[in-house]
Design a binder for this molecule. Structure first.
Ligand code: FEO
Length: 395
């Protein structure tokens, strides 16, 4: 598929993909592994695809180019979804130059144990293809230490690998040909679940790009759609996400055994509603964990609930908390609630974990023995009203 004259998308769409990174990340809309072919006096290929698609990829590629005429293969990042087809490709073109960042060489050598013809590049290095040039911009921790962007002069295309992408299979491929609401939902989920821990580096990289004053007409990431109508949109969003901007919304994430914690959650929702703040209830046992992460990422407040179970929290709540601790969200406010039968440790465990996740615990949690009565439910509403009022004050 032509992007502009002399530049082609030669990737593959993975329509059936429902889990990524093993089972770590859900991908409700599939994904794509985008690879780009640039034909000038010299020919360059940017990134490849995941290994199960290697044969399909090479067969597609051969339809648009004689493989032996490829001079440069640029590997912007060593993770296998982009480098998996490299062994099959390089076996056919062993003389081609494999262009990598300094950590990219390390990453590919340890993944594939091959002595390919590596050329290591740093930020600002250029390779002339004839009329156009490739300019390299290291982008460490967006999202691996080896990550790099490749910029194509004349056409002003930024091939940004994982950054600015999303898991989204489409035949439209471009931002003006797809359902943008769906795309943005997947883009924020991608950022929240993958890039959040590296937000400081995201902001720094965008500021660096702005200072460089390179015109960017097209952003071509390695997953999902290509931004050609409005590339500034995703850059602005990344800048805002990177700075920890969120919406005035509270997420109530909880699980329950015999509905006591659920009843508390419903009463808490009523209290928040009375304060006029948007609120979403997400039962953790039946809601996709990555979707919950995306919701929490976009909201200012998190109220977390679990009954006490085996002197701890429910096993359905624990993985979510572990995920949140690793992601290190910014500017979040939280509090905890839960029911118990005999010992009642859950609320204090939730609070401890929220603090470890860098979430400011605004008030003491609320703990109810067995089932809440009317008085308890009113306490839950008051707890929620106080939380919402304090959150409003801080906005
Ligand atoms: Fe970090 Fe899409 O691989």
């Amino acid at each position: 598929m032509k992007i502009v004259d002399g530049v082609y998308w030669v990737g593959v769409a993975d329509w059936g993909l429902r889990h990524f990174h093993g089972f770590e990340l859900s991908t409700h809309k599939g994904s794509s592994y985008n690879s780009y072919l640039i034909k000038d006096e010299k020919i360059a290929l940017i990134d490849t695809v995941w290994e199960p698609f290697a044969e399909e990829f090479l067969s597609k590629l051969q339809r648009v180019v004689d493989l032996e005429s490829i001079d440069y293969v640029i590997a912007n990042h060593g993770e296998v979804d982009h480098s998996g087809a490299l062994p099959a490709l390089m076996e056919k073109i062993p003389e081609a130059t494999l262009v990598v960042s300094p950590r990219g060489e390390e990453s590919l050598r340890y993944h594939y144990h091959q002595d390919w013809n590596f050329q290591v590049v740093k930020t600002g290095d250029r390779i002339s293809l004839g009329r156009k040039e490739l300019v390299f911009i290291e982008a460490p921790m967006l999202h691996w230490p080896d990550s790099m962007f490749t910029y194509l002069t004349e056409d002003n295309i930024l091939m940004s690998n994982d950054a600015f992408g999303m898991h989204y299979a489409s035949s439209g491929l471009f931002d003006d040909l797809v359902d943008m609401e769906e795309v943005l939902r997947e883009a924020v989920k991608y950022y929240a679940n993958i890039l959040t821990p590296f937000s400081r580096q995201v902001v720094k990289k965008i500021e660096e790009l702005k200072k460089m004053e390179v015109p960017v007409d097209i952003i071509a990431p390695s997953h999902g759609i290509i931004w050609r109508k409005d590339p500034g949109k995703i850059i602005d969003l990344y800048y805002r996400w990177g700075r920890g901007e969120s919406q005035e919304r509270i997420i109530i994430a909880y699980d329950t055994m015999w509905e006591a914690t659920a009843r508390m959650a419903y009463a808490i929702e009523e209290g928040i509603h009375e304060e006029g703040i948007d609120c979403r209830l997400l039962p953790l046992a039946v809601t996709d964990r990555n979707d919950v992460v995306a919701e929490v990422f976009q909201a200012r407040g998190l109220l977390l609930g679990s009954p006490t179970f085996n002197r701890s929290i429910l096993p359905t709540v624990a993985p979510f908390l572990e995920e949140v601790k690793g992601l290190r969200f910014q500017n979040k406010l939280g509090a905890a609630f839960g029911s118990y039968g005999w010992s009642g440790e859950a609320v204090s465990i939730l609070e401890k974990n929220l603090k470890e996740a860098g979430i400011e615990v605004l008030q003491e949690g609320i703990n109810v023995k067995f089932q809440p009565n009317q008085e308890d439910l009113e306490k839950c509403r008051t707890f929620a009203r106080e939380f919402a009022a304090e959150m409003k004050k801080r906005t």
